[in-house]
Design a protein around this ligand. Structure first.
Ligand code: G3P
Length: 217
């Protein structure tokens, strides 16, 4: 499973480009607003650092506006993916970009059928929102399981990009359910390797090693 960072700020990818663990970035208007930076400049800076797809979202509600904005966004860098809402207007724009070989990410997906429609419209990625479903008492990871089954039934190539990931457990659940990608805030990424028994175990090894008085070199 690939890992993307979900952010509106280039700061959140600092130090990750050398790890080979970062496969891409997703943004949304809320995250860009939180960064306080100019949208086009921020996307441009992120694209220059990340060797992978960077989703940048349109804000228009109509197909024509989405196409105009999406074309502008796709000119920023070759790795820009145009992020569109799962609405009829968004699916029409998706179909347009698909014909022009411009990658798309269909966002705000909350049902298996919405994902099926996105795939039929030629979406490169579809983004089911796990955490927001959990917030309303529906198990978000079940949505990934359902979409995986449907896409596999029909050999659909659209990638499942699990979004609205809030916890390490979400990462585990979507990986088990067969998501192609999980996008997460930097705080969640930083928690992926943390475990109290790892920390305690390392401290004990250090103490015991010092007591031997030995040195490897
Ligand atoms: O980028 C979309 C998604 O990841 C947002 O997550 O936590 O605002 O539901 P959240």
């Amino acid at each position: 499973m690939e890992i993307f960072i979900d952010t509106g700020s280039v700061r959140d990818i600092t130090g990750l480009t050398e790890t080979n663990l970062l496969n891409g970035v997703t943004t949304n208007p809320t995250l860009i607003a939180m960064s306080g930076r100019d949208f086009i400049n921020e996307i441009s800076d992120i694209c220059s650092l990340v060797d992978g797809p960077v989703s940048a979202e349109v804000t228009a509600n109509d197909t024509e506006g989405m196409i105009t904005e999406g074309m502008r966004l796709s000119e920023i860098a070759p790795n820009v993916v145009v992020k569109l809402p799962i609405t009829m207007a968004g699916l029409k724009a998706c179909n347009h970009f698909s014909k022009h070989k411009i990658k798309t990410n269909l966002t705000l997906c909350f049902t298996e059928v919405q994902a099926l429609m996105a795939a039929k419209a030629g979406a490169t990625y579809v983004s089911p929102f796990i955490g927001r479903l959990d917030d309303v008492g529906i198990a978000g990871s079940n949505l990934i399981t359902g979409i995986r089954k449907i896409f596999d039934n029909y050999n659909m190539e659209t990638k499942i990009l699990a979004a609205s990931i809030r916890t390490v457990n979400h990462v585990k659940e979507v990986a088990i359910a067969g998501a192609d990608i999980a996008t997460m805030p930097r705080t969640v990424f930083d928690s992926l390797l943390r475990h109290p028994l790892t920390t305690v175990g390392l401290m004990q090894f250090e103490i015991d090693w010092k007591n031997t008085g030995q040195s490897i070199l």
